[in-house]
Ligand binder design. Structure first.
Ligand SMILES: O=c1ccn([C@@H]2O[C@H](COP(=O)(O)O)[C@@H](O)[C@H]2O)c(=O)[nH]1
Length: 270
């Protein structure tokens, strides 16, 4: 999917919501545990109830890898379901990969070719040759960790090298890489006050912004500092939406939470 197509979807749905599919078998409704594939059954119900309210879904691969082969199969079924039933929806494999070049190529093939995700999150720490193999895929997007939502972001990302914060080096340097037009960046909603500075370096790039909902980030603040003429934001909420209820009504409850965020987004877009 191109960023133009993504922007068109945002305008059509009046939403820049990304729903995180972080499935924890201890948190899903108990009745689903009787299903042959409880993880997929949960995801399918959430997707069926919320697809009209969001423009992206982001399964975090940790929540699937933790269940071994069964988890990976559920991830595969989920992405296939999305690609067949809702091809207009942007998909993000939140896998935070990145390794030496030939290994990164294999990660890129896994997520872009085998699983057919539109994008994957990548850690910038190993530099240009670890990220460019992902960028080589046409119409696929590499979402580079820039300034993350957690407290540990201050351990390294905001430290200065030559008087400039590390996350700013990541933004500046990554712009010089081959196929950098395929880059997006992760900036945590809990770091909204940094967005004005970030936008000076990457004025147009799409940002994936996790951290509203359970982590306490503010949607309005993120939009004040981070929104572009083409919106340029995908705001993620995972637990705040998918675990709205653990009863039989879980899918409707998740849709109600998603609608709350979509309506706030609609009023900001207006
Ligand atoms: O900086 C980051 C990068 C990734 N994440 C991931 O996003 C979701 C957030 O989940 P919530 O339940 O809405 O808090 C989760 O998959 C994280 O691993 C992040 O939070 N911050």
């Amino acid at each position: 999917m191109t960023t133009h197509q993504l922007t068109e979807q945002i305008k059509k749905k009046k939403s820049f919501l990304c729903i995180g599919l972080d499935v924890d078998l201890n948190k899903i409704p108990q009745h689903l545990l009787q299903e042959e594939d409880p993880i997929f059954a949960f995801n399918k119900a959430i997707i069926d109830a919320t697809h009209h309210l969001c423009v992206a879904y982001k399964p975090n691969t940790a929540f699937y890898e933790a269940y071994g082969l069964k988890g990976w199969k559920a991830l595969e079924k989920t992405i296939m379901y999305l690609n067949v039933k809702h091809p207009e929806i942007f998909t993000i494999a939140d896998a935070k990969r990145g390794d030496i070049g030939n290994t990164s190529t294999m990660y890129a093939k896994a997520f872009f070719e085998d699983l057919a995700f539109d994008s994957v999150t990548v850690a910038p720490y190993m530099g240009k040759d670890s990220v460019e193999p992902f960028l080589a895929f046409e119409n696929k997007h590499t979402i580079l960790l820039a300034l993350t939502s957690n407290a540990g972001a201050f351990d390294f990302q905001t430290k200065k090298i030559d008087e400039v914060e590390l996350y700013k080096h990541v933004l500046e340097t990554s712009k010089t890489w081959n196929n950098s037009q395929n880059l997006m960046y992760v900036v945590g909603a809990t770091k909204a006050e940094y967005l004005a500075e970030i936008r000076k370096i990457i004025p147009e790039s799409f940002l994936l912004v996790p951290g509203v909902g359970a982590q306490g980030g503010s949607l309005q603040e993120v939009c004040n500092y981070g929104m572009t003429n083409n919106v340029g934001l995908l705001i993620n909420s995972s637990r705040g939406i998918i675990y709205a209820s653990n009863g039989e009504d879980f899918a409707q409850a998740s849709a109600a939470k998603a609608k709350e965020l979509q309506e706030q987004m609609e009023s900001i877009l207006n």
